[in-house]
Design a protein around this ligand. Structure first.
Ligand SMILES: [Zn+2]
Length: 341
């Protein structure tokens, strides 16, 4: 099968690998019908994060058709159309039952398996995979693929930030997750949604997804602008979807006393001063999003065409051109890249 492999920073190749197969009786193997590149794939691409192994199989978002099931899989059949989260989970342990499937006691990070490939092994298939109501029409595939990570992550960020009726939500980060955090905040009923973005194309998408205000300033100036828009108080809810020191500082400082920050940007060299945190009186809730918790609901919203998260894909390339996809996202020529087989 063809698969995307990363050999080092800036070095991505599509190569022939041994086809995925059942390894555990609880596994399924799916034929991936569309793959995509995540903002978090850019951390190792930029050399900001070491590779687990070299070469590293890439990709953790997926949609596909069940090809084969292990002997203990009971809820799936070959031919089922499925979506799963970027973390495989049993969906039965105490942590899963509490809604934190991404931290399941048996969790398997799909990034270690690699789903930018023609086939993928899905561990704990009964707990991980959610069937779509049928075979999706081609226009629904980008949105269903988005549910696997960026939409589910944006959704968790909005929930963690307690976005809802009467709330002002500020969103730090205009990548796919930040943009879909806006969509989620809108769905959850937020009154006002302030997108922090300096890029015209992303500002337009932010508005399409429900942003009511755009703030193009960053850092202290950005925080000052949020305060100006909220009677000097700051936002009730802030989504942090970047993972850098600047973004986390901006998110914490943009939240009002007693406000909530939902942080889902993968943290890289972020420090939080304890005394500053103490006196900020904010709630911080985040981490790897338990996307599995929201999948049924998100699939239903997409299937009924109530939301169109697939609009974050602004570049579609043939699978064999994956290296160009990484380059385009790294150079910010694309927000999110879909790879077609
Ligand atoms: Zn679990």
């Amino acid at each position: 099968m063809r698969a995307v492999m990363m050999y080092g920073p800036g070095d991505v190749r599509v190569e022939e690998r041994e086809k995925s197969r059942i390894e555990e009786p609880t596994d399924a193997v799916i034929r991936v019908t569309a793959a995509c590149i995540c903002g978090s794939d850019l951390w190792p691409y930029r050399g900001a994060e070491p590779l687990g192994i070299t070469p590293q199989p890439m990709g953790h978002e997926y949609i596909g058709i069940v090809e084969e099931i292990g002997s203990e899989v009971t809820t799936l059949q070959p031919g089922d159309y499925v979506v799963g989260s970027f973390v495989a989970s049993d969906n039965t342990c105490e942590i899963c039952q509490a809604g934190y499937q991404s931290r399941c006691v048996h969790n398997v990070m799909m990034g270690a398996i690699g789903t930018q490939a023609e086939y993928a092994r899905i561990p704990l298939a009964d707990g991980t995979l959610v069937k779509t109501p049928g075979e999706p029409t081609p226009d629904l595939i980008p949105s269903l693929l988005a549910a696997s990570d960026v939409l589910g992550t944006g959704w968790f960020a909005a929930v963690a930030a307690e976005a809802g009726p009467g709330k002002t939500v500020a969103v730090v980060g205009d990548g796919a997750v930040g943009l879909l955090g806006i969509l989620a905040a809108k769905q959850l009923g937020a009154e006002r949604i302030i997108a922090m973005s300096r890029h015209a194309d992303r500002q337009a998408l932010a508005k399409k997804f429900g942003a009511t205000d755009i703030v193009s300033e960053r850092g202290e100036a950005g925080v000052a602008k949020i305060k100006e828009l909220t009677n000097g108080l700051g936002a009730h809810s802030v989504i942090e979807a970047v993972g850098t020191q600047e973004a986390m500082d901006q998110a914490r400082q943009a939240a009002r006393m007693g406000g909530h920050v939902g942080f889902v940007g993968v943290s890289h060299d972020v420090d939080i001063d304890g005394l500053e945190l103490f006196f900020s009186s904010i709630h911080l809730h985040g981490g790897p999003a338990p996307v599995r918790q929201y999948l049924e609901h998100l699939i239903e919203l997409i299937w009924n065409r109530e939301i169109d998260p697939g609009a974050v894909f602004d570049l579609t390339l043939p699978f064999d051109d994956a290296a160009e996809g990484y380059k385009a996202m790294n150079e910010r020529r694309a927000t999110k890249v879909l790879l077609e087989f």
